[in-house]
Design a binder for this molecule. Structure first.
Ligand SMILES: NC(=O)C1=CN([C@@H]2O[C@H](COP(=O)(O)OP(=O)(O)OC[C@H]3O[C@@H](n4cnc5c(N)ncnc54)[C@H](O)[C@@H]3O)[C@@H](O)[C@H]2O)C=CC1
Ligand SMILES: N[C@@H](CC=O)C(=O)O
Length: 316
């Protein structure tokens, strides 16, 4: 497949770096200031090198990438709330050109799900978004394979940055600001890390799951979620929990049409207490009990692998 990749951060950069390993060609690549386009396939090492040295990927304007020849638009610009721009506009342009879209950006499917589905219905293109929930973990495809109708609840640790902060604070006794800076260095935190620590990012993922599960046409947005973050969790609260064999994790839960996110006490060695940037999702199923999916929920190559898995599905 020929890919146009919008966004040259941790995720977009990794998609460009790994595309050839998955048998794909990158024909366009854009950041917020520039674009590189070659209908025959970019020299990906050269554009990534230029990004690293000059801070731009090429000499074209970013929006020119949308008009380049490609089969799949990969959207990896920052997640934004409300109108979900610029991601939503990129998706719309691609669908209007009858191209497929693979999202890492959560905004379009968390804030404008009905609009996305409407545009998709009018297009020859398909929209896939596995990477938006749980990074490398196959959460949405498992829900889809299982049939959303037979899933009664979904809960888990859905934000790698918050989990990294909580587990590092508990294990090393390190301060909140210090650990947040470490998470940013790992390429895990959002462009605005407030989203990670105030629960917004986990809630957006919960909302996406709720949209996928909804069988009554109801559309969920962030406004439907009850959200509390971890920014006020003190080291002393983690120590107190530890004395009782417990710890604190930011848990998202989607059940009975409700999306809730907040810090919860969980047993220290329980599946719901992964360490570092790891995520876990538990699917409660109607006929088969609980399924646990755990793994790397964030990071450039991890998320790129989910993006490229979606691209592979489109090529089947
Ligand atoms: N980093 C991660 O672990 C994960 C990130 N995501 C989502 O993937 C997306 C990308 O994440 P990161 O790469 O970490 O973000 P990032 O902040 O590192 O990179 C964003 C990139 O988008 C570019 N950009 C901004 N506006 C643009 C525009 N109008 N046109 C073209 N490019 C534009 C920026 O220049 C930058 O290169 C976000 O929406 C994030 O929520 C999803 C799952 C995991
Ligand atoms: N910032 C997010 C990245 C993935 O969505 C996280 O920390 O989990």
């Amino acid at each position: 497949m020929r890919l146009a990749v919008m966004g040259a951060g941790a995720v977009g950069g990794s998609v460009v770096e790994l595309a050839a390993d998955y048998g794909h060609t990158v024909t366009a690549f854009s950041d917020s200031r520039s674009a590189a386009i070659d209908p025959d396939g970019l020299d990906t090492a050269a554009v990534l090198d230029r990004k690293a040295t000059d801070g731009i990927v090429g000499d074209e304007a970013p929006e020119d990438a949308l008009q380049a020849p490609y089969d799949v638009l990969v959207e990896a610009t920052p997640t934004t709330l409300g109108d979900a721009e610029p991601g939503f506009g990129h998706l719309k342009t691609a669908l209007q050109r009858d191209r497929h879209v693979v999202l890492a950006n959560k905004g379009p499917v968390a804030e404008r799900y009905a609009d996305v589905r409407e545009l998709e219905a009018e297009s020859e293109g398909t929209v896939l978004f596995e990477a938006t929930v749980g990074g490398a973990m196959p959460v949405l495809s498992t829900i889809d394979d299982f049939d959303p109708e037979h899933i009664t609840a979904v809960r888990g640790v859905l934000n790698g940055t918050a989990n990294f902060i909580l587990s590092r604070m508990a294990a090393e006794g390190l301060g909140y600001e210090h650990v947040l800076a470490e998470a940013q260095d790992l390429g895990v935190a959002e462009a605005d890390p407030t989203f990670d620590v105030d629960g917004t990012d986990a809630a957006l993922k919960g909302v996406i799951v709720a949209n996928v599960l909804a069988d009554d046409g109801r559309e969920y947005t962030l406004e439907d979620a009850e959200v509390e973050g971890i920014q006020d969790i003190a080291g002393s609260a983690l120590e107190l929990a530890q004395e009782e064999g417990r710890t604190i994790r930011l848990i998202a839960e989607v059940a009975e049409g409700e999306v809730r996110v907040g810090p919860r006490l969980v047993p220290e060695n329980a599946p719901l207490a992964p360490s570092g940037t790891r995520n876990i999702v538990q699917l409660e199923t109607e006929h088969a009990g609980r399924l646990n999916i755990s793994g790397r929920g964030a990071g450039g190559p991890e998320t790129a692998s989910a993006v490229l898995a979606d691209v592979g599905r489109l090529g089947q």
